[in-house]
Design a protein around this ligand. Structure first.
Ligand SMILES: [Fe+2]
Length: 251
């Protein structure tokens, strides 16, 4: 957490040195500066939320945004920043991460409404926000009409990166980082996991498939998201089938 703040300070200082006399930056420059800031911040991450995750989310979010007619600049900027302030890296503090994103955007001297737009997306994208604290109906129903197209594009892209072959790799990387076992038949998955339980769980990585990954297919907001999710969901299921076959010592 402290390291992220230090990197941000350094980049904000450099911004003021490089700034043109008018102080204004064009969209391309804003994206480039943000990319460099995010790259350095996430460079050493080994939880599966590294720069390459952000890179994939950015590309996929832009592809979805084109299909949906969403604002590509907002989507790209929000996708780049979506994991910078993730609560998981701020000891669960949901506000500290948003403050870091807001500070960066403010230093770019962009309009307050655009800053609010981006922070709205980066603070809502996490799967954790879809959970409630009630074990019955723990996953909130999607409320598509109230969400912006830009939020939907970034969220679908982020969720898609938690599915399929890459999603599997990331699940075990994350579990390993937090010392979670691969699998323990004694510890059953908590399919109705609540928001608080999700934030503090130490369950095996395989449980994460049932507590989050297999739910994502039905949580997509966009048509393209749904199409890609269908394929990646099938791969998750196939992987689990093989995993349990091998666990039982079958061929
Ligand atoms: Fe992410």
């Amino acid at each position: 957490m402290g390291e992220r703040l230090l990197i941000e300070e350094k980049f904000i200082k450099n911004l003021s040195k490089d700034r043109s006399p008018t102080g204004k930056m064009d969209k391309q420059e804003i994206i480039k500066k943000t990319e460099l800031f995010v790259k350095e911040t996430l460079e050493k991450d080994s939880t599966g939320h590294d720069w390459w995750h952000t890179h994939r989310v950015r590309n996929l979010a832009k592809r979805i945004a084109k299909e949906e007619g969403a604002d590509i600049f907002i989507v790209e900027l929000a996708a780049l920043l979506h994991d910078i302030g993730d609560y998981k890296f701020f000891q669960g503090d949901e506000e500290a991460g948003s403050a870091l994103v807001r500070k960066w955007l403010h230093s770019l001297k962009i309009s307050p409404s655009l800053i609010n737009n981006i922070v709205e997306i980066t603070s809502q994208v996490s799967f954790m926000h879809t959970l409630t604290n009630k074990s019955k109906d723990s996953v909130k129903k999607n409320s598509v009409p109230t969400l912006s197209q830009e939020l939907m594009a970034v969220t679908d892209a982020d969720r898609l990166d938690a599915m399929g072959a890459i999603g599997i790799a990331r699940a075990f990387t994350y579990g390993g980082f937090f010392n979670r076992p691969i699998y323990d038949p004694i510890i059953k998955p908590n399919k109705s996991i609540t928001k608080e339980e999700y934030k503090t769980t130490e369950a095996p990585s395989i449980n994460h498939f049932y507590e989050k990954l297999l739910k994502l297919k039905d949580m997509m907001y966009t048509d393209l998201g749904r199409k890609i999710a269908k394929k990646r969901h099938r791969f998750l299921k196939l992987y689990l089938k093989e995993f349990f076959k091998e666990w039982k010592g079958k061929m």
